[in-house]
Design a protein around this ligand. Structure first.
Ligand code: CUA
Length: 272
């Protein structure tokens, strides 16, 4: 059978294209690690993310030496957390899911990009070498404010990176003869031990204490102010540690006001 030269050429060209397509897809999935979303991760219930162990309080977790996990929830029209802080010289594995419709998590100017599908957890590991700031956008059309859906990744110098969480509780009201007790908890999310200065500032004094907090644990400390020194009225207080800040207001009342309150609360039986 005689095949025309041009026909042979077309046959060869078609073969080359087919082999080329297969090679490209194979290269993408094997060498570049491009995968389908949800390939390796178990699914999640989009309506129950608030109760989810990983996505209830999304953020960064320290999981090993220079290794971090970052949990992100995409929703109309924001990323939670909006700003993700990670240290330089680290490997960060992102786990991203959606609360509602299809979004994407795309870091501008890099090849970090994934589709975010409700029910599925997109996973990708990224190496951050140098400090810098990156913008994150959603590039799947998700609704009328799609163009405003954005986030940030701050890569901070290693020695400036902390995962400290600070909480403090104090009474709202005390009487002049009482103490104001401010209980402070410092939680260290890093696997390494930290030493941190905890400072209490009130209207008339500043107190400081140093806390050593072992990796992945928390420590407590207490500051005590004397209401009589503060004097009657509202007083603001602020506790700081590791760049975190918690503040509140305590009201110091005269004893007579308190007596009146007590009497009202107990139905006027105060003089028993
Ligand atoms: Cu989310 Cu577009």
């Amino acid at each position: 059978m005689n095949i025309h030269t041009y026909e042979k050429l077309w046959l060869v060209a078609a073969m080359v294209l087919i082999v080329g397509f297969i090679a490209t897809i194979t290269y993408g999935s094997v060498a570049l690690g491009i995968t389908m979303v949800g390939d390796q991760e178990p699914t999640v219930e989009p309506g129950e993310l608030n109760d989810d162990e990983r996505f209830g309080d999304p953020g960064v977790e320290h999981v090993g030496e220079n290794q971090y996990d970052a949990y992100v929830v995409a929703q109309t029209f924001a990323f939670r957390p909006e700003v993700l802080e990670v240290p330089a010289n680290s490997d960060v594995t992102f786990y991203v899911t959606s609360r509602d419709v299809i979004h994407s998590y795309s870091v501008v100017g890099t090849n970090i990009n994934t589709m975010v599908i409700p029910g599925e957890v997109a996973q990708m590991t990224v190496e951050f070498d140098d400090p810098g700031e990156y913008g994150v956008v959603c590039n799947e059309y998700c609704g009328f404010n799609h163009h405003e859906m954005e986030g940030q990744i701050h890569v901070v110098p290693e020695d400036e990176f902390t995962l400290t969480e600070l909480s403090a509780t104090a009474p709202d009201e005390v009487t002049l003869d009482e103490d104001v007790t401010i209980d402070v908890t410092v939680q260290n999310g890093l696997l390494d031990d930290i030493e941190t200065e905890v400072t209490l500032e009130s209207a008339n004094e500043t107190m400081e204490t140093t806390l050593s907090v072992a990796g992945d644990t928390s420590e407590e400390t207490t500051f005590t102010l004397e209401a009589s020194e503060l004097g009657e009225g509202d007083h603001d207080w602020t506790v700081t540690a590791d760049g975190e800040e918690v503040s509140g207001t305590v009201t110091v009342m005269t004893d007579s006001e308190d007596d009146a309150d007590d009497a009202a609360a107990t139905g006027g039986d105060a003089d028993e």
